[in-house]
Design a protein around this ligand. Structure first.
Ligand SMILES: Nc1ncnc2c1ncn2[C@@H]1O[C@H](COP(=O)(O)OP(=O)(O)OP(=O)(O)O)[C@@H](O)[C@H]1O
Ligand SMILES: O=P(O)(O)OC[C@H]1O[C@H](OP(=O)(O)OP(=O)(O)O)[C@H](O)[C@@H]1O
Length: 341
């Protein structure tokens, strides 16, 4: 077990930054920290690491728990999936709704309900893209989400699944009665049974535990291998940087956000340099206009200029083809290690 006490006192005055300790987001998050020059050494099995060159402590937590820590303000910043923030948000709202329904909620808490998860999105990190989808057996009897009302649903996203089926049940009920549904009260009334599973959710249908599942899909390989098909999307997700509503050091939060933004831009773009006749410069700039504008310098040859421009990595090959066709020479493409707007 990690010895938190020994580092406890040294956390004072440090911004607490939660990072996924395992799973799909772990390595990409560590790469971002490295790119942002957040230097630390993590002792074996210790889930807290002090940053050497900034007043920050990294807290390694499961991605699913990060919105709770950030939302409640115990941790200032965090990297997690948008899906996890939405799940936490749905959980917080469901809890307040249930308490309001049973009459045990005060007006102050009611205000808190409106604040939801308490996490604010700082920026999209551009990795960990996936979709939370409703899935059913490929050759089974269910074809639309409505067919699953009243059935068993396996998922790790219990609150989002509850909300999804509560809304669906309310929609179906309101078309039946024409009186308008009340998704508000779903905690007491949900007919669909949501079964919480912590992993390998895709196996639930084949094993007879569930009729359908709500699970993440990226490439679709897991879904296909399990003989499932998607019938709806609950949430589209990617990794995000979140902050609490009142971080202990807002300036440091902004500094980290700026550095991470720089790393993301650097990964997304390459620097393209080429020589071209000045008379073709305007046309060439239309092909590769850059983030703001190309940098143009004179060449020691009459009528020629050297151009330097940032180009999105994924578009670089066709842009080089076009520039070459236009008469550009000595086209070079360079990786960008870091950047700042
Ligand atoms: N296949 C995927 N592709 C891209 N991102 C994913 C994928 N699966 C999960 N994610 C993202 O990563 C987050 C964490 O999911 P993951 O399953 O890795 O977490 P974990 O349960 O902490 O790890 P593990 O599954 O190893 O126990 C998800 O909430 C989602 O945002
Ligand atoms: O569409 P794909 O690219 O196949 O990815 C989807 C799978 O990835 C995630 O699970 P993960 O592998 O992280 O493990 P888990 O099932 O234990 O959560 C998710 O829960 C799916 O099972």
């Amino acid at each position: 077990m990690a010895d938190f006490d020994s580092v406890g006192t040294s956390l004072e005055g440090r911004l607490l930054f939660a990072v996924p300790k395992k799973g799909r987001l772990n390595q990409a998050a560590l790469n971002l920290l490295e790119g942002a020059d957040i230097q630390f050494r993590r002792e074996n099995r210790l889930d807290i690491a002090l940053v050497k060159n900034l007043p920050i402590a990294l807290i390694f937590l499961p991605a699913a728990d990060i919105p709770t820590f950030v939302g409640e303000g115990q941790v200032d910043l965090g990297i997690t999936g948008w899906d996890q923030v939405q799940e936490h948000d749905a959980g917080v709202r469901a809890l307040y709704r249930a308490r309001r329904f049973s009459g045990e909620i005060s007006p102050e808490e009611d205000v808190q309900n409106e604040r939801g998860s308490g996490c604010e999105t700082v920026l999209d990190l551009g990795f960990g893209g996936c979709k939370l989808q409703v899935q059913v057996p490929e050759n089974g009897i269910y074809n639309s989400p409505k067919d699953l009302i009243g059935k068993n649903i396996g998922t790790s996203f219990v609150h989002l699944a509850q909300k999804y089926f509560a809304d669906l049940e309310a929609e179906v009920d309101s078309t039946k009665t024409q009186t308008g549904g009340q998704p508000e009260e779903f905690t007491n009334k949900l007919r669909t049974k949501i079964i919480e599973l912590s992993g390998s959710v895709e196996a639930a249908c084949a094993l007879g535990v569930a009729d359908g599942i709500v699970d993440l899909v990226e490439s679709g390989e897991t879904m296909k291998a399990a003989g499932l098909k998607p019938i709806d999307t609950v949430v589209e997700s990617s990794a995000i940087l979140i902050k609490s509503q009142k971080p202990s050091n807002p300036e440091l939060v902004e500094l980290i956000a700026q550095r991470i933004r720089g790393v993301i831009t650097a990964h997304k773009y390459v620097l393209c340099q080429y020589n071209i006749r000045r008379s073709t410069l305007v046309e060439a700039s239309k092909i590769a206009p850059g983030k703001r504008a190309p940098t143009v310098t004179s060449l020691d040859e009459e009528g020629w200029v050297a151009v330097s421009v940032m180009v999105e990595k994924k578009r670089i090959a066709p842009i080089m083809d076009e520039l070459s066709k236009m008469g550009a020479h000595d086209i070079l493409v360079l990786d960008i290690k870091n950047s700042r707007d």
